[in-house]
Write a protein that binds this ligand. Sequence first.
Ligand code: URA
Length: 236
Amino acid sequence: MDKNQIREYLEYYRDLGFDVIYRRSTRADYAAAVSPMVELPGLAPDNDSLAAIRNDIGDCRRCRLCEERKNIVFGSGNEEARLVFVGEGPGADEDEEGLPFVGRAGQLLTQMIDNTASKEGIPIKRKDVYICNVVKCRPPGNRTPQPDEMEICGQFLFRQLTVIRPKAICALGATAMKALLNTRDGITKLRGQWHKWNGIPVMITYHPSYLLRQYNQQAKREAWEDLKTLLHFVYD
Ligand code: URA
């Protein structure tokens, strides 16, 4: 690699939100000292595709989440969608089926998309959008993904978003928000407003699991408002 290629490589990953990039060393003692080393892929290929990304994920062993997963949950929906929803990571039902948002939170998300669209006169359903997660394997006990897991798996999320290049992205909950915006602000501060990921407008809203747990109806009302704003922006 010459200097320009290295600069291009570093800039590419910085734009994607990676703060730290480890250089692979030829010295075995250095490699042993900086464990675990994560091997970053080359620049996203010009002719990248969802199939190529899934192929690159393979039977992934890049982080500890592989140990207890049953299925890798890559994503589902319309591969040419104008709108992509990004969740946190698979739960038990998703791990079982290999598909995102098929459990209780998923049913709520489906209702929210279908009902809001129908009430607002927007002719779309869940099948018309694309849905994926920051991490593709279920964190044990549904714990929050750790920063290194998000960083490793985030490269595949970023490639998915780059390939689909939707008109807007909806980040569901704090993990998706942090992965896309690299922010320390809380979700209550940033939700309901437009942000950007690599030039693509991002709407932040509450995660459906949070809405299921909340007794107070305020968060639900706010999430419905966020979705209305999002759907009108994308489909009007
Ligand atoms: N929660 C998520 O964040 N993603 C899923 O796929 C299911 C539940």
